[in-house]
Write a protein that binds this ligand. Structure first.
Ligand code: ZN
Length: 468
């Protein structure tokens, strides 16, 4: 082959490859998107730093310059944080209630000394964006903001109102989310919520197409108890059989050996059925058997061996912290363990506590609930959501199967669900399992996923509120 031919082949590869990269960045508003993303990531919106109100006001100014009316962009100061509500007025032609779009402006803290790079600088390297919040949740927040700005600039009028409801303390107390659905309900009243803080697909480690898109439609309830054994104590030179540490240890051993009974709902059965059909080997068959008969103890027993699958089968409770005694030469007067539970939707917090008490079988051990939990039911199937999501997912992965899932972690969605507004986690968080560093060190997101989300949310909002 002549060197000229070699050069031409090289050149065509080069152009072919770059056409993708250029296409990503050629999306309208992609420069604005990067500017907002960088500004958001570089504000340390951690509890106690007072940066969430600053971010909310910055975003507000972007919406106002983008053509939204002052009265439709509201920064709500709530405790020491803030929420942001933006109403995109429709013409009402669909005759349907508004749709809310949820994301959060705060992040979990990160320390420079722990990270390889500065966590509060947006750094692009090796096809990734690095920085705290690049994935959780400034990715969703930016994509939703840009979708609003882009649609507005095109003069698009939705057939129903769209409402952005960004919270400011999702990672901690969620008081701003509670305020959004209670105190400020007149601003967020809607048929359902599209949550940009959940949803997505797992890209195989070797690349290629994911096997499913996961839409979050339910979440388990987070509740924590402190369990305390008390004792009059005494001198450690005169030990007795009654002892606060031993009593607590006995109770903990019983909790360790206990497994909550299997529970299921339409969402978990759909998950096990569809995932089982796609998976090769024994585990796929076991998933399908469980989906057709959740009372089949053998299949649930096998699924229990995986912590991830086990969490989808029932309530879980686990000891996470411990403190006891007051001096090395004294019999302990108290011993306390922290028990964190993730309650299966519909099981009930009271029933979970009763079950724990039966298991430990010691009426002298006290339970104290920490914080007030929020219980939420699974969101019902909604065809408008599924249809709109289908169009959006197709922009990246045509015909990728959409599966509803229950998450074992909590999001803002639980407060909307608890307040009677169903919530669906529908973001295009596409990444490899090995790239998932949300809350952890060196959080990152594929550069391609950043741009995919811009298109995803633009198409999704047009589809969910477009006139037919
Ligand atoms: Zn989040």
């Amino acid at each position: 082959m002549s060197s000229v031919n070699k050069f031409l082949i090289y050149l065509s590869f080069y152009l072919f490859w770059n056409s993708f990269t250029l296409a990503d960045r050629a999306i309208p508003f992609s420069e604005k998107a990067l500017e907002i993303y960088k500004t958001a990531v570089e504000m340390r919106t951690v509890e106690g730093f007072n940066q969430v109100p600053r971010l909310a006001r910055y975003l507000k100014s972007e919406f106002i310059s983008g053509g939204f009316a002052e009265r439709d962009v509201r920064v709500l100061d709530i405790d020491s944080t803030a929420a942001l509500v933006v109403r995109y007025r429709g013409d009402g032609s669909l005759g349907k209630k508004a749709v809310c779009i949820s994301a959060h402006m705060d992040v979990v803290d990160a320390h420079r000394s722990d990270w390889e790079r500065d966590p509060f600088k947006l750094i692009e390297e090796d096809g990734y964006f690095f920085g705290r919040g690049t994935s959780d949740n400034k990715l969703g927040l930016t994509a939703v903001t840009i979708a609003f700005l882009r649609l507005k600039s095109e003069g698009w009028v939705p057939g129903r109102d769209l409402i952005i409801a960004f919270s400011g303390d999702e990672e901690t107390s969620m008081n701003s989310t509670k305020a959004l659905v209670n105190q400020y309900r007149h601003l967020t009243e809607s048929e359902f919520v599209l949550n940009a803080d959940a949803g997505g697909a797992i890209i195989p480690e070797s690349g290629g197409t994911p096997s499913n898109f996961y839409m979050q439609a339910a979440e388990k309830t987070y509740v924590t108890w402190e369990m305390t054994a008390r004792n009059p104590g005494g001198h450690s030179s005169l030990p007795r059989s009654d002892n606060a540490i031993y009593d607590l240890a006995t109770a903990l051993g019983k909790i360790q050996r206990f497994t909550f009974p299997v529970r299921y709902n339409d969402i978990t059965l759909e998950y096990f059925k569809k995932t089982g059909q796609q998976m090769k080997g024994e585990i796929g068959k076991v998933m399908q058997t469980f989906a057709s008969d959740p009372y089949d103890g053998k299949s649930s027993g096998i699924l229990r061996m995986s912590p991830r699958l086990s969490a989808m089968l029932s309530t879980t409770c686990v000891a996470t912290m411990l403190r006891a005694g007051h001096a090395e030469n004294a019999l302990p007067q108290s011993a306390t363990a922290t028990i964190n539970c993730r309650v299966f939707p519909g099981s009930g917090i009271d029933a979970t506590l009763e079950q724990l008490k039966v298991v430990i079988d010691n009426p002298n051990i006290e339970f104290k609930m920490l914080d007030q939990p929020t219980e939420s039911n699974a969101s019902p199937r909604n065809l408008d959501v599924i249809k709109a999501l289908r169009v959006a997912v197709d922009t990246k992965y045509p015909d990728l199967e959409i599966i509803s899932v229950m998450s074992s972690y909590g999001t803002d969605g639980m407060h909307f669900r608890a307040a009677g507004i169903p919530s669906y986690g529908v973001s295009a968080n596409y990444g490899k399992a090995s790239d998932d560093f949300a809350h952890g060190l060196n959080e990152r997101v594929l550069v391609e996923t950043f741009y995919d989300n811009l298109t995803h949310w633009y198409v999704l909002l047009r589809a969910v509120a477009g006139k037919y």
